[in-house]
Design a protein around this ligand. Structure first.
Ligand code: SAH
Length: 412
């Protein structure tokens, strides 16, 4: 058999006909929609997933068997049916009209094959296994592992100098504010991980999982933001300055922050500083410890018939301080789950205030230290006793405090 000729089809706005409404069509349709194809689905029946695409208006459905005229105006057809006689009718109609036809039932009879695919940002890797889809998939899996381990894509993140009227100067780089997740290095997002492997400069927080940094590519400049001297506000200015300066010098800077960048992470200030300097910024959300640390301790922040709300609040300012922006008296009146970050130091004052304003002292409470990491510690208590219990157990930051009836709901 002669070898296939690989192509990247640019299907935006072009008619693609999919014949069949079962499992194969369900797997094929999303990539066609992603490519912007004008999909016509011909099939008497549909899977619920395909029906959802129809209901959302993402494709047109003809609820009947295939007729050769369905291919009029099409650029490509997918015969996603396993009956060889019916598939042959589709592929004959396609051949007559000089349209490529992918066949699920018989690869040897098809004029086109769908490769096994992995996508890595702008890069698409498509593997054809010489007629053996399983071989294609195992090669694809190996390439995917390589790409997500950050190997083989080193040039992707590097900007080349551009010609400017004054000579060759580096183009302006960019900044990505990336949420690193709560602690387990596997809880970073796929996108966050990809950007990290592409970075020229990584500015990391104290709470960022160390293992993530262990795997950066050689030559990356690592700035440890927690080691910046000066007080907290000068340190933030200094971080903003580093982000802007490196990006203006042409680097791709990843600002890696614990949890989610916008949950008590000062991500907004960094975004504004970059915007003011004309540096483009991407924000990649992260798995926040406010939800993940309780989850890792077996505590769901909501549960049917137990809690219909959860509130995340910072406890770093004492409740009676004029600088406090939190209405603790109002929070005391809520029935749902209260998650307190940065709350250990002021925990006695916080719990007393909640009780004084009406939250019952026997409300279940828990503290999760270093949630999702190997060092995770969990303390279960009540609102009335938790502050003393934390001291007795010697718990330390980083920790979240969870107050509400969800604590204990999943305990057997
Ligand atoms: N942006 C982060 C929060 C930054 S504030 C996020 O979305 O998770 C820092 C506070 O987060 C800590 O004081 C602690 O209250 C909480 N925290 C962060 N990581 C934690 C973890 N692994 N376990 C428990 N609490 C954590």
């Amino acid at each position: 058999m002669s070898s296939p000729y690989p192509l990247g089809l640019r299907l935006a706005g072009l008619r693609v006909v999919v014949v069949g409404g079962g499992a194969v069509a369900t797997r094929r349709v999303p990539a066609l929609l992603d490519a912007g194809a004008d999909v016509l689905l011909v099939s008497p029946e549909l899977t619920p997933a395909l029906r959802a695409h129809v209901d959302a208006g993402r494709l047109r459905w003809e609820p009947r068997r295939f007729a050769p005229d369905d291919l009029d105006g099409a650029w490509l057809v997918q015969a996603a049916i396993d009956d060889p006689a019916a598939a042959a009718v589709v592929s004959d109609a396609a051949a007559e009209r000089r349209i490529f036809c992918v066949r699920a039932d018989d690869r040897a009879a098809a004029t086109a094959w769908t490769p096994a695919v992995t996508r890595h940002g702008p890069v698409t890797v498509a593997v054809l296994g010489g007629g053996d889809p399983r071989r294609a998939m195992s090669v694809r899996d190996a390439v995917r592992a390589l790409l997500s381990a950050g190997k083989g894509v080193e040039s992707v993140g590097q900007r080349s100098p551009v010609d400017t009227p004054g000579g060759r100067e580096p183009a302006v780089g960019r900044v990505a504010l990336v949420g690193a997740g709560p602690g387990d290095p596997e809880l970073i997002t796929v996108k966050g991980w990809r950007l990290l492997t592409e970075a020229d400069v990584v500015v990391a927080d104290r709470l960022v999982p160390g293992l993530l940094l262990d795997e950066l590519r050689a030559g990356v400049e690592l700035v440890d933001a927690s080691k910046i001297p000066y007080g907290p506000s000068r340190a933030q200015e200094e971080i903003n300055r580093i982000l802007v300066d490196r990006a203006l010098a042409g680097a791709f800077v990843v600002r890696l922050k614990g949890g989610d960048p916008y949950v008590f992470g000062r991500g907004g200030e960094e975004l504004l500083a970059c915007a003011a300097a004309g540096v483009p910024v991407t924000v990649v959300p992260g798995v926040t410890s406010s939800i993940a640390a309780p989850a890792a301790a077996g505590i769901p922040v909501t549960h049917r018939a137990v809690a219909h709300e959860f509130t995340v609040v910072s406890g770093h300012v004492p409740p009676d301080s004029p600088a406090s922006l939190v209405r603790w008296d109002a929070l005391a009146g809520l029935r749902g789950t209260l998650v307190i970050l940065m709350g250990l130091k002021n925990l006695a004052a916080i719990t007393e205030t909640l009780i004084a304003h009406g939250r019952p002292a026997q409300t279940p409470a828990a503290v999760v230290q270093e949630g999702t990491t190997g060092g995770q510690r969990v303390l279960r208590s009540t609102l009335g006793a938790v502050a003393a219990d934390v001291v007795a157990a010697g718990l330390r930051p980083p920790a979240v405090v969870v107050v509400g009836d969800v604590v204990g709901t999943l305990d057997g």
